[in-house]
Design a binder for this molecule. Structure first.
Ligand SMILES: [Zn+2]
Ligand SMILES: [Zn+2]
Length: 232
């Protein structure tokens, strides 16, 4: 698919190409339009990033020109999570991150520093984006969804370990640090559920779910690599 032809109002550039990415980009665009985001002057650069550690991140490079914000905002969404829990990504993660962007622009225009990213002002912006108070979707610092980041952490050369919980649940991925390696050797890292120490995974094959995610990530990386990166 040629992504150059895909345009979403108020999104300056993006790397959406798969159905779920396109759907997510449309939702980002819809919410930005809803709050009259000054997209002519503040360019939104939307990326689906499959290496992201979190569900989403954003960064602002905005300055004031005659009191109006100008600049670039980078909005990153973890694409694997769109496959794992599309609904939560659309209903919660996207408004969560857009609220951060609006918060950041507001602070810039108002000339103040944000002390706590998930403060009341951010929560208000979030609630407005989701269309009013909804007790099923409370503003929170970390959105909980059916997200499984083990394949992502494995792809960053994490150490695969297992405990006694059984099945899929007994596998964890630890950051490959000298500290973790030493603790692992001394059986100092315990699973919080079964209380057994983690040991290096010795099985031949990965559990299905992680293996499927891993395959998916590999495939996506190949496809995304073939496409020219976005401009800065
Ligand atoms: Zn946040
Ligand atoms: Zn366990």
């Amino acid at each position: 698919m040629n992504t150059e032809n895909l345009k979403f109002p108020l999104i300056y550039q993006h790397n959406a190409e798969f159905a779920r990415e396109i759907h997510a980009a449309k939702e980002v665009s819809r919410l930005l339009q809803k709050v009259d985001f000054p997209g002519d002057d503040v360019w939104i650069d939307l990326r689906f990033d499959y290496a992201l550690s979190d569900h989403s991140t954003s960064s602002l490079d905005v300055m004031l020109i005659r009191g109006q914000p100008h600049g670039i905002v980078k909005l990153n969404l973890q694409g694997l999570y769109l496959m794992q829990d599309f609904e939560v990504m659309i209903q919660q993660v996207i408004p969560h991150e857009i609220a951060h962007i609006l918060h950041g622009v507001k602070a810039k225009v108002g000339g103040y520093e944000i002390q706590k990213p998930h403060d009341e002002e951010w929560a208000e912006l979030f609630i407005n984006l989701i269309g009013g108070v909804n007790h099923d979707i409370e503003p929170s610092a970390k959105v909980r969804g059916e997200f499984d980041d083990r394949a992502i952490r494995l792809s960053k050369s994490g150490i695969l370990v297992e405990c006694e919980c059984g099945d899929d649940e007994s596998l964890e991925v630890l950051a490959d640090t000298p500290g973790n390696s030493a603790k692992l050797r001394n059986e100092e890292l315990e699973c919080t559920s079964c209380k057994f120490p983690y040991v290096r995974f010795t099985g031949d094959t990965l559990p299905k779910r992680i293996a499927a995610d891993q395959q998916f990530l590999e495939k996506i990386k190949c496809i995304k690599l073939q496409h020219s990166p976005l401009q800065r």
